[in-house]
Design a protein around this ligand. Structure first.
Ligand code: 4AD
Ligand code: MG
Length: 443
């Protein structure tokens, strides 16, 4: 009988029928001389295939290796529970072809990608590592997560925009800027699309983007990349309280969507079996209270072993200790101006602190940074002066505070940090296709 060509994720509808599937030999096991099992992988799923009798005695069968590509024809049969066949069925093969043979022996993929390899080998071989069950699952969760965010923004009425990555302005401080020559001028790789999003409010209303941001981060950490996927949103005519609610609503809605969808739910639970979606009513904590919390819990400053003081930056490790101990999402707010970016306004009640927020998650720490923006012209000019920034290349940004300004704010979410949080990865380096960090720019 004729065979229908199917992908593995669609096999269920074809039970009892003859099908054709192509893919990679994920696992291979011979049982005596008369039976051979192939777990086939095609990127959409895994399918157990069984070759019987003379089909496993051919030269191709005897010399078959893991990661070879094959096309298999046969009938899909239901498998009783407990036989451990993915999807509850297996393909009883009646004809098959090798498309391409992957090397075995010393050159086999498994020798290049050994789970015990040191991390630098895994990053060098990442084009092969991606074929692993967990690594491919992380990247699928990433794709489904980006889709869920886009759906959320679409439904709630934001317009997607695509700002440039080659820019002549900084957003988050000069120390992490990547410089490059630009036709005889100086340019940078963008640190954040925020200022550009702000320019879109007057023409497109609420906007968002998912654009790479670049930071020349000098240190190696679990959560810093030189290039990361930055999901940023900006809204006009909102208050600081609105901003906090928006961030919380987005995270709760997107995670619920992922956990309601069977495909993403299964992948997330495969990677992070204990994962529970956070509920509305995130804990809100002021920076000042975080400083108190650290001191009450005996956490000391790394540089001098002293208590934390108001005005100190809370570094990654104390921040993570606090988040892991509290073990729930925290909207940390009201940071002092001097440790935050130039565009953040002081609160009306207290000029020492700003309308700023970080969303902290267990196991990762900060996944979102946001704030209201200084929107009155003179205040903005003063802020640039305080930060020692020459405004000439910011003329388009300062114009916004002249030609019809309004209270507005927004936030940026590190996509890799969000993925590291929901899939419980040790580092953000596992949460993007090919991570970029000091010393690594390939594959
Ligand atoms: O807190 P950040 O620096 O805020 C901004 O860039 C704002 N301009 C965003 C805005 O308001 N539109 O970065 C925002 C988020 C962080 O919370 C973190 O999740 C992520 O971006 N991030 C990084 N992720 C990976 N590697 C890095 N080097 C990152 N730097 C920031
Ligand atoms: Mg930040």
């Amino acid at each position: 009988p004729a065979a229908t060509k199917v992908t593995i994720n669609k096999t269920r509808e074809h039970r009892g029928k003859r099908i054709k599937v192509s893919g990679w030999v994920h696992r291979l096991r011979a049982q005596g001389k008369e039976m051979m099992f192939i777990v086939l992988r095609d990127g959409t799923g895994y399918l157990q295939c069984v070759l019987l009798g003379k089909l496993c005695k051919t030269y191709d069968a005897i010399t078959l290796t893991q990661e070879s590509t094959v096309t298999l024809y046969g009938t899909l049969q239901e498998v009783p529970e407990g036989k451990n066949a993915p999807g509850g069925h297996e393909l009883v093969v009646d004809y098959w072809q090798v498309v391409h043979k992957s090397p075995g022996g010393d050159d086999a993929v498994t020798n290049k990608v050994n789970a015990e390899s040191d991390p630098s080998v895994l990053f060098s071989q990442r084009h092969l590592v991606l074929r692993g069950e967990n690594q491919s699952a992380v990247l699928k969760v990433r794709a489904l997560t980006l889709r869920a965010f886009r759906e959320y923004f679409f439904k709630t009425g934001y317009t997607e925009v695509n700002p440039p990555c080659l820019v002549q302005t900084m957003v988050e401080g000069g120390s992490t800027l990547f410089h490059l020559p630009y036709y005889g001028e100086d340019a940078y790789l963008t640190q954040s699309s925020q200022l550009y999003l702000e320019t879109c409010l007057a023409s497109m209303g609420s906007v968002y983007t998912i654009t790479p941001s670049f930071r020349a981060e000098k240190s190696h950490t679990r959560r810093h990349l030189s290039e990361f996927s930055h999901l940023e949103a900006e809204l006009a005519f909102i208050s600081f309280a609105d901003l906090l609610d928006l961030i919380e609503d987005m995270v709760v809605t997107v995670v619920n969507k992922l956990m309601d969808d069977p495909e993403s739910r299964e992948l997330i639970l495969q990677l992070n079996p204990g994962f529970v979606a956070p509920k509305h009513g995130f804990r809100r904590m002021k920076y000042e209270d975080a400083i108190k919390w650290l001191n009450e819990h005996g956490v000391k400053r790394e540089e001098d072993g002293q208590d934390f003081q108001f005005g100190d930056d809370i570094p990654e490790s104390p921040e993570r200790f606090m988040t892991d101990t509290i073990n729930e999402p925290i909207l940390l707010t009201h940071f002092p101006g001097p440790i935050k970016s130039f565009y953040m306004p002081a609160t009306e009640e207290n000029p020492r602190v700003t309308e700023s927020v970080d969303l902290l998650m267990p196991n990762v720490g900060e996944i979102v940074g946001g704030s209201m923006r200084i929107w009155k012209h003179q205040d903005l000019i003063d802020a640039f002066a305080r930060a020692g920034i020459d405004t000439s290349s910011y003329y388009w940004y300062t114009d916004l505070s002249k030609y019809g300004s309004c209270p507005h704010g927004g936030f940026g979410l590190g996509v890799e940090r969000f993925i590291a949080w929901i899939t419980n990865r040790y580092t953000v380096k596992e949460c993007c296709l090919y991570p970029r960090f000091p010393g690594r720019c390939q594959p």
